[in-house]
Write a protein of this length. Structure first.
Length: 71
């Protein structure tokens, strides 16, 4: 995929995440983060909104993981 195709794909996922329930956010997170990593590896500067969304999705995933751990 070209840089522009990757950015379009991550923006498409961004639109899906907006207003989505937690389960949908958790489902999208791995793919979103993987594409973000590919874009970063290519040295493409990412908009801050996408970086913030990636961080928020990763935080959601971490919280969900720890919420399911027995105490």
């Amino acid at each position: 995929m070209t840089d522009q195709e990757l950015i379009r794909e991550v923006e498409r996922l961004e639109r899906r995440v907006q207003g989505a329930c937690l389960d949908t956010r958790l489902e999208i997170q791995p793919q979103f983060s993987r594409i973000m990593d590919q874009i970063r590896e290519r040295g493409v500067k990412l908009p801050s909104r996408l970086r913030r969304l990636d961080a928020a999705l990763c935080e959601d995933a971490a919280e969900a993981y720890f919420d399911n751990m027995p105490v």
